[in-house]
Design a protein around this ligand. Structure first.
Ligand code: PLZ
Length: 440
């Protein structure tokens, strides 16, 4: 497929519109549609819809096809595996790709200690299981999560989300034992607040409100995803970790969105000096679009459950595991992390130039190929400007560039391009973004 943007119909085109009419008849209204353009095929950084339009993808299906759409290695691994074995259930009769994924994750997650892994299907399922391990290991029940966090759509993970709409509203009551704690949000915290100061604020809350001795786990996204790519101030994660260790609390890094080469290191946790979470949750980018997730971490925690306590019919499915092995081995082979750095350089340079030009951009932040801009009103009070985001996203999509919004206030545009994107394509997409911002 030509790696080029091409708009040949109105967006959405006639075939997409017809499909969408049928969808509205048959698919639950609760399943939203950000852009009702029906995609037929994709490769690299290009999505092709049923009308022949081609979009530059700056979303990667929310950070999933990090390695690129229909990556050659992934396609080959899946095709070979699907013809050999599609299912046994690993806890009944095991197979090799599951073990290989565990071995690779144990080698590349942060922390220089003995590790083990367990595989699941989705990010939410990984988070649920990380909490299970932490509770079993500590014999405690309470957990702490952070403002602006997102962890999933199951009952426990809904309880862990910050934002009621659209994720939680009307779906409660939620799992008990979940405590929400202030996050480090440098753009909106008091000017000059350091990471350790922000951590002290969170720790005070946990000590006073929950009691350190009652906490099984502290769960944190080292860079928040849905929350708008909030990067905590340096020292925040490490200070929390030191406090967790001193109090026998398991520190869980939810790297579902930030992990697997996305930020230019294997995991976003690797960017914080000395930060070695006890458990890491992994999904999305691990398998080039195949559904598989993992919990990886300290062997003694991962071994704390009785046999049969952890599982699920499809977890670590052979085909998805084969895809994961391909992705992980490609990162090991080199070039993938470098691609994230190359993308960061272009994104940060160009977005900062836009920030200097357009006061509607309040902040440019993130790492690697996980960069966002936060939109504000021109009132000197950093008032969130979600209307601007809506207009810019619409401008981009109708011109063949797929971008995603994010943020508690809906006022963030995030960039999660496939790492296979070329400089030329990325610059072309940013030209369109810039025109959309200039139009405001
Ligand atoms: N943890 C940090 O980002 C998924 C949500 C898409 P699942 N984020 C995208 C949507 O609208 O449902 C996510 C995440 C972090 C957990 C999850 C949950 O991962 O694979 O969607 O369950």
């Amino acid at each position: 497929m030509e790696q080029e943007r091409k708009i040949v119909t109105a967006i959405p085109g006639p075939k997409s519109t017809a499909l969408h009419t049928n969808r509205l008849k048959h698919v639950s209204a609760g399943v939203g549609a950000a852009l009702p353009v029906y995609i037929e095929r994709a490769h690299g950084a290009i999505l092709q819809d049923v009308d022949g339009n081609q979009f530059i993808d700056l979303g990667s299906g929310i950070g999933v096809v990090t390695i690129g759409h229909t990556n050659d290695g992934v396609v080959k691994a899946v095709q070979e595996q699907v013809a050999k074995l599609t299912h046994t259930l690993f806890t009944v009769t095991p197979y090799e790709p599951y073990v290989r994924v565990a071995e690779l994750l144990n080698a590349h997650t942060p922390g220089n200690f003995a590790k083990k892994s367990a595989l699941f299907n989705s990010g939410a399922e990984a988070v649920e299981n990380a909490v299970k391990f932490a509770r079993k290991f500590t014999g405690r029940g309470e957990i702490a999560v952070f403002d602006h966090a997102y962890h999933g759509r199951t009952n426990l993970t809904m309880a862990m989300n910050f934002k009621a709409m659209p994720y939680n509203s009307g779906f409660g009551p939620f799992a008990p034992g979940v405590h929400h704690v202030p996050m480090s949000y440098p753009f909106r915290d008091a000017a000059g607040m350091t990471g350790p100061e922000a951590a002290a604020r969170a720790i005070t809350y946990m000590e006073k409100r929950v009691g350190a001795g009652n906490l099984a786990a502290v769960v944190i996204e080292p860079i928040q995803g849905e929350g708008g790519f909030i990067v905590p101030a340096p020292g925040f994660l490490k200070t929390l970790q030191d406090w967790c260790r001193a109090n026998g609390i398991v520190m869980i890094a939810d790297e579902v969105q930030s992990g697997i080469a996305r930020t230019g290191k294997w995991f976003a946790s690797d960017w914080e000096e000395g930060f070695e979470p006890d458990l890491v949750t992994i999904a999305k980018g691990i398998a080039g679009g195949m559904p598989i997730s993992a919990v990886t971490g300290r062997a003694e925690i991962m071994d704390s459950s009785h046999a049969g306590g952890i599982g699920g019919t499809y977890g670590g499915n052979p085909v998805a595991a084969a895809a994961a092995v391909s992705v992980l081995e490609q990162i090991e082979a080199g070039g993938v992390l470098e691609a994230a750095h190359r993308i960061e350089k272009i994104l940060v340079e160009r977005l900062n130039a836009m920030k200097a030009k357009f006061p509607v951009i309040g902040d440019v932040r993130g790492r690697g190929a996980m960069i966002a801009i936060e939109f504000i009103e021109n009132d000197g009070k950093l008032t969130p400007n979600a209307a601007a985001v809506e207009k810019v996203v619409k401008h981009c999509t109708s011109n063949g560039v797929l971008v995603l919004n994010a943020g508690t206030y809906g006022n963030v545009i995030r960039f999660l391009p496939p790492l296979a994107i070329s400089d030329a394509l990325l610059n072309e997409a940013l030209d369109i973004l810039e025109a959309g911002i200039a139009n405001l």
